[in-house]
Write a new protein. Structure first.
Length: 319
């Protein structure tokens, strides 16, 4: 799977319009300089040779160097990835908290006002354009109220400490509470925006699945035996209704690693998606390929972990 994705990205980049040499030197560079740079970057070789060299280096864990700055792609990805993971995890926590509360509140009184509002909320958050919602929240909370910073990952004058790349963990381990508070304030608005946009999916999933399970025969049998409704819901229905939500959470985590592009761009969040956009604009083949390969590997790994988790939770599922 990863080999297939890496191969597709390799060839699509070569087919797409644009030339890395033009992106680096500009259109006015003379032909001698262009050919010299092309030879230096290895772009003068036949395409099939470039492809097999790419696969050979990839098999050894070498993602290459960027075309513009000759920096290690592996190091650049390692710097940007923690920011995306931090944003994605906080957004997922917020999405699950809001989504499960809204979904459970709606199914508690089906077809009531709360259920109607919950369904409107789920559809609205799913349909909202991320960049538009992000700009509205920026204007309200950062510009009008001034409660939260408008973008970035740290306040001006503060720098991330050496460590894991996760600023919250590094600031806590070093005891730097000023840095920790600043990082939390900068994380709150983008993660809340992303979490609200995702929460509607979880609320709808829980409401639909829990509603279906409450109409099954074993739930009706539990009611006929006089088991309290709260015990039926929490002990029998809810665990089964959460299985699709857990699957959805796994898919969401995987997509958030590289899929929060509009949020990262809007909030100037220095994550992997923003790095990918910059690499595409600069026609930096190795950096684009490296980011896509790493994200694909993470998606496959997270998918396997959640599949194993579901088999552990639900003994009916076996592979």
């Amino acid at each position: 799977m990863i080999w297939l994705i890496a191969s597709m990205v390799f060839f699509l980049l070569r087919i797409a319009p644009g030339d890395p040499v033009d992106a680096i030197l500009g259109n006015r560079a003379n032909e001698i300089a262009r050919e010299a740079l092309r030879a230096k970057l290895g772009l003068d070789q036949p395409l099939i040779n470039q492809y097999f060299n790419f696969l050979k280096e990839l098999a050894h864990g070498n993602l290459g160097e960027t075309l513009n700055t000759q920096e290690s792609v592996k190091e650049l990805v390692a710097k940007a990835l923690p920011a995306s993971i931090e944003l994605g995890l906080f957004a997922l926590i917020i999405a699950l908290a809001i989504g499960l509360i809204v979904g459970f509140s709606g199914i508690a009184r089906p077809e009531g006002k709360i259920d109607f509002l919950g369904r409107i909320y789920g559809i609205s958050t799913y349909a909202l354009p991320p960049f538009w919602a992000a700009m509205l929240l920026q204007i309200f909370f950062a510009v009008i109220l001034g409660w939260l910073p408008i973008g970035g990952r740290l306040p001006p004058g503060l720098s991330a400490p050496e460590g894991t790349g996760f600023i919250l963990i590094d600031s806590l381990s070093s005891g730097d509470w000023v840095l920790f508070q600043g990082a939390i304030r900068h994380l709150l608005l983008p993660s809340s925006t992303l979490g609200i946009l995702l929460s509607g999916v979880f609320s709808r999933s829980l409401r639909i699945n829990l509603g279906q399970i409450l109409q099954t025969d074993y739930v009706e049998a539990a009611k006929s035996r006089g088991i309290p409704k709260s015990k039926i819901v929490f002990n029998h229905a809810l665990p089964n209704a959460l299985l699709p939500v857990i699957t959805l959470a796994g898919l969401t985590i995987a997509s958030l690693v590289g899929g929060a592009l509009l949020i990262e761009v809007t909030f100037s969040w220095p994550g992997i998606a923003l790095s990918l956009q910059e690499a595409i604009n600069q026609r930096d083949y190795p950096l684009v390929q490296g980011i896509v390969v790493v994200v694909a590997a993470l998606i496959v790994t997270i998918g396997i972990i959640f599949d194993l988790l579901i088999t552990f939770i639900d003994p009916r599922i076996r592979y």
